[in-house]
Design a protein. Sequence first.
Length: 414
Amino acid sequence: MGSLRLRAVLLLLTLAALPVAAEEEANPVQPRAAATLADRDVCVAHAAAVGRQLLRRAKKTKAGLTFGNGPYVYDGDAGVALLFAGLHRATRDKKWLEATRATLREAMASAAKAKSKDGGLYTGRAGVGEACVEAYWATGDKAFLDLARKCAKGLGEFAATDIIFGAAGGGVFLLNLHRATGDKTYLKQARQLGEFLAATAIEKDGRAHWPLVPRGNPRVYLGFSHGAAGVGYFLLHLGRRTDEAKYKNLAEAAARFVLRHEEPEGKDGAHWWRTVPKSSNFQRIQWCHGAPGMGLFFNDLHRHLKKEPYEKALQRCLATTKRRGRNARKSGCQCHGVAGNAELFLEVYAANKDNGWLKEARHSASALLQKKGDGFEVKMGYAPSYMLGLSGIGHFFLRLADPKKTPLPMMIRD
């Protein structure tokens, strides 16, 4: 990624994560609305309403459909396609399959014309490929795998280390493409990214962390989007897929770094500053920087390694997310809002069948609804995008309908 493009993306993410004035109940639970969400069909209907709203906003192009902000997952067309593919999985309605095809055709065409050769998962070509893999899993259409292979071709060196636009994110895509195709070429590519991360790791006292850009931006992040948690997440799964202990050991070293910088919150919770050393006094409780994203890392560490420190860390993440995650920000989005925070509850429910976390996710989802007549509808005042807007919120309702059969997108499949 060019330096100007890198700075632009960092500015976008920083602005998106700025704090808002604290309010006691920015996103209050609506008990009546929450009760309706125990019905799978109601959840799917909310997601479908979002999908229809997006189709009304779409613009036709020579290639397909666009939503006006570029081809990529974070805030562009590939992210919208994740919702359409999920709607096809949930309903088997061919309308959503056609919408998925049209949106990904445009994303592929637009990405091919882009001046930037960004390979990032959320901001570049790897993410378009990942959306194609997700579409294949949701629809069974192997044509999407052909598109994903095109995105993987030549996907090699990364300047950055992180999940959003660095090597860890590229590795997520490659491991999923390997799972979908069985082609060991992609596992080899993922291992090469693992070697880059091993070479750029800063290790001390059994802990490991990474500068965001080893040769350009030395800032050290902690969280899932840019920091040790996200890098460790990829390395954990790379180690499991390759059965190479060095990657799993490095993932645990990343976990120890994250735990070293944990700060207690009350009797049972925890929070983290965004960077080391901290760059602001704002305690972010969100997917990108904070307990909800950390919880995704510790959830998988606990599931696969069965070690007590990771289970306890997960419980602290859950406690903080339950207490403050819904009202930490006004936004309902995936990156730093209600939907993204509540995804942790759904992941933990899918892993251990604890209905209390499913109930907590329904409470969060009720805050994304508003009254309409005798019922409720999704608040539609968002941009189309997956990480910042409607398509991510719509997909959250699909997950709420059936969290075990509707995987969290952009995550590594076991």
